[in-house]
Ligand binder design. Structure first.
Ligand SMILES: Nc1ncnc2c1ncn2[C@@H]1O[C@H](COP(=O)(O)OP(=O)(O)OP(=O)(O)O)[C@@H](O)[C@H]1O
Ligand SMILES: [Mg+2]
Length: 391
């Protein structure tokens, strides 16, 4: 289970450390940084998929996503005696993200490469450091893998005293150790971290317009994991019926829609939904479902996945759901959190209220403090322990 996530210098997250429970609900007013947190986590997950640098570029590049405020807000500014003033940046540009878990923990530090006159890619960020350690807080004695620019050192405990062995000295600036160093013998922890992070799933605003992938009949193959755009929804639901928790599926459909039932139909290998509503003479297919009904079914397919991930992050799952569906959705999320660790980002008071009633749920409210995202009610000294180390 993940214990802590930490993000530094990403958008409004100057430095945010968050303790995670089995179910963590992140809420807060508009503009407090909820989506930034969601996107920061997705960026962290991209490092295990080998595309952290290209994802950052898609977001407008390192300089644009970097925290735009001062490194520290002075006391006089806080008292309102001075405006925030532009100063020359003293510390090197550094965007860092990491997580601590029960077994292995990881951090990545991105920065600007030294200028290379022969290259046209000088705006590309560079991976400056990656660290893997065991246990929660990084200490020199708990470090297992230490990547500094091109060089990767692995801890070797096989001899009497601990030694560091260089695995490579030619890592490319945009490659992560998680994808490039596959060595189950010398670095099994890298493989463990990679598999853990690759299993994370992110669901954000499923499309429900008439051309949405989830509405189209699709060739059906067994689908234990719903795609992030919701395609193959019918196949994913049928997979739950055949190999998943079918009673949880029935429970949540009844909870949400009362006497309505759904089935998956198959014609020439293409799967479609068939939703029978009380009062209608024929069932409705995927193209005919209301946006809210379709979105609820998408969340059901995501949350009841027969292959639960290590972490599932839902961004504003309440979008376009009728308030009556929020309590069933909350119950579905709570049930799913028994099999997978869940983070829900939401500003729907109805959903947050329902989830809050669950003793297991940890509700975190984000607030904005001089442009910076902070956890409400948590002073700097009460944040979970975290050590970024040095370059
Ligand atoms: N590079 C940056 N440095 C500092 N602050 C930034 C930067 N980029 C964006 N912001 C600010 O971060 C804030 C958080 O935005 P975000 O989209 O995460 O809010 P939100 O909590 O998701 O809001 P909403 O509920 O409206 O979706 C915004 O107020 C934005 O002005
Ligand atoms: Mg948002």
């Amino acid at each position: 289970m993940l214990q802590t996530i930490a993000i530094q210098n990403y958008r409004s997250l100057r430095e945010l450390r968050l303790d995670l429970g089995r179910l963590t609900v992140v809420t807060g007013a508009n503009g407090t940084g909820k989506s930034s947190l969601y996107r920061g986590l997705r960026l962290l997950a991209d490092s295990a998929r080998g595309n952290v640098v290209s994802s950052l570029a898609r977001e407008g590049g390192l300089q644009s996503t970097l925290w735009a405020g001062p490194a520290v807000v002075g006391k006089a500014v806080r008292r309102g005696e001075h405006e925030v003033q532009g100063t020359v940046r003293k510390a090197p540009v550094s965007l860092q993200m990491g997580f601590a878990s029960d077994d292995f923990s990881y951090l990545i530090d991105l920065g600007i490469p030294p200028r290379d006159e022969r290259s046209a890619f000088n705006a590309d960020p560079e991976i400056k450091r990656e660290l893997v350690w065991s246990g929660e807080v990084m200490r020199p004695s708990s470090l297992l893998v230490r990547r500094v620019r091109q060089s990767v050192l692995l801890r070797d405990d096989s001899r009497r005293s601990t030694e560091w062995v260089e695995a490579t000295s030619s890592m490319r600036s945009y490659d992560s150790v998680l994808t490039e160093l596959v060595d189950p013998v010398r670095a099994p922890e890298l493989l463990a971290v990679r598999e853990q992070v690759r299993s994370w799933r992110f669901y954000d605003h499923f499309r429900t317009d008439p051309a949405a992938p989830a509405r189209q009949p699709q060739i059906g193959t067994r689908t234990p994991v719903l795609d992030s755009d919701g395609r193959h929804l019918a196949a994913a639901l049928q997979t739950i019926v055949e190999v998943g928790d079918v009673s949880a599926l029935q429970t949540t459909i009844t909870d949400a829609f009362g006497r309505s039932t759904f089935a998956v139909t198959e014609s020439n290998g293409r799967f479609d939904l068939s939703f029978s509503q009380h009062g209608l003479l024929r069932p409705l297919n995927g193209a005919e479902l209301s946006d809210g009904t379709l979105r609820y079914l998408l969340l059901v397919a995501a949350l009841l996945s027969p292959r639960p991930p290590g972490l599932m992050v839902l961004n504003e799952p309440e979008t376009s759901l009728h308030p009556d569906l929020l309590a069933p959705l909350a119950r579905l999320i709570v049930a799913a959190s028994e099999h997978t660790q869940i983070v829900v980002v939401s500003h729907a008071t109805g959903l947050v209220h329902e989830l809050q009633r669950e003793p297991e749920a940890r509700v975190v409210e984000l607030v904005k403090d001089f442009g910076e995202t902070r956890v409400s009610g948590l002073g700097p000294l009460e944040s979970p322990p975290w050590n970024w180390g040095h370059r």
